[in-house]
Design a protein around this ligand. Structure first.
Ligand SMILES: Nc1ncnc2c1ncn2[C@@H]1O[C@H](COP(=O)(O)OP(=O)(O)OP(=O)(O)O)[C@@H](O)[C@H]1O
Ligand SMILES: [Mg+2]
Length: 297
């Protein structure tokens, strides 16, 4: 495992193996369509510092998945640049773990073998990592299903397997696109806590796309807010709450103030630039800790 991790770190670009800042500057992305060109992203600037956890919030269709895919080196931008350290990103970032919005599990492989795919894809033996795969499946409550096939699972169970697959090689850089969307509120909260702890302990840089305002704030060092399409980053909030963050931090007035601020920024964007009307859901206007669904965007 140590060797695999060292290999991944070396690919991160620095001679010392330390992961570098991931940066996009002036990023634009256009898609051709029958109805004309769709401008998905227009001038996105964003830097993720090594070890930083950045959550991304924005309305549906604003380009979050597109931005993540480009930052992971899985699609090319139309304009602008993506760099990791001083190296341009021109292909898939091998040092990254990616969890897509759709789980993309292979139906003909067992859950455990889906998780171990990370190593096979990189030409590494899987046997030394089986134990780690099982530990992760246990962590997400899926150990009983390790030898079962994805078609036998619910949507949330599939998502949990995909989370394990994104984490199994201990990537220094992690991209997650609404990873907990199909989970019940309590499982989501407990995986939030696990992910926050894992990322902080391992010094992982994370780009985390979500519609959950509470989740975004709970996990992040910084939450960025995007405009409706064409997506741009229109604001950011630094979450200066100490770590580790217990689940109850969600009831803390400081936390509620952060989520209120984020909610107002999003409401402002949705109204196409008009200020949010009085009486919109603002800081403290709802009972704290009422569950994620109440604060999804
Ligand atoms: N391959 C593609 N071809 C054409 N248009 C695309 C393609 N991928 C994305 N788009 C368009 O780009 C825009 C941004 O899509 P994207 O999936 O990035 O949004 P999103 O912010 O992730 O939305 P959601 O929150 O619903 O997941 C949308 O208008 C979408 O229709
Ligand atoms: Mg998306």
């Amino acid at each position: 495992m140590a060797r695999a991790r060292a290999d991944l770190r070396r690919q991160a670009g620095g001679a010392d193996g330390i992961p570098r800042a991931l940066r996009v500057a002036g990023l634009t992305k256009e898609f051709p369509s029958d109805a004309g060109t769709i401008v998905a992203l227009d001038g996105v600037d964003l830097t993720i510092a090594p070890g930083e956890f950045v959550s991304v919030l924005g309305p549906s269709g604003c380009g979050k998945s597109t931005m993540m895919t480009i930052m992971a080196g899985l699609d090319a931008p139309t304009g602008g640049e993506v760099t990791i350290g001083d190296r341009p990103v021109t292909g898939p970032l091998l040092e990254a773990g990616v969890m897509f919005q759709r789980d993309l599990l292979l139906d003909w492989r067992s859950c455990e073998d889906n998780v171990l795919l990370q190593f096979q894809m990189r030409g590494l033996a899987t046997a030394p990592h089986r134990e780690r795969a099982r530990e992760l499946l246990e962590m997400v409550g899926m150990s009983r299903f390790a030898r079962r096939f994805p078609r036998e699972l619910s949507g949330g169970m599939r998502q949990r397997v995909a989370i394990c697959r994104a984490l199994v090689h201990r990537p220094p850089l992690l991209f997650m696109d609404e990873p907990f969307g199909a989970l019940d509120a309590l499982t989501r909260e407990s995986l939030n806590a696990e992910l926050g702890g894992l990322a902080a302990r391992a010094g992982t840089s994370v780009l985390f796309v979500t519609h959950g305002i509470d989740e975004a704030a709970f996990l992040a060092d910084r939450v960025v807010v995007m405009s409706p399409r064409p997506g741009r980053i229109v604001g950011e909030v630094r979450i200066e709450l100490p770590r580790p963050r217990p689940a109850e931090v969600r009831e803390d007035p400081e936390f509620v103030a952060y989520t209120g601020r984020l909610r107002r920024m999003l409401a402002h964007e949705r109204r196409d630039g008009e200020p949010a009307a009085a009486g919109s859901r603002a800081a403290g206007s709802r009972a704290a800790g009422t569950g994620e669904a109440a604060s999804d965007v």
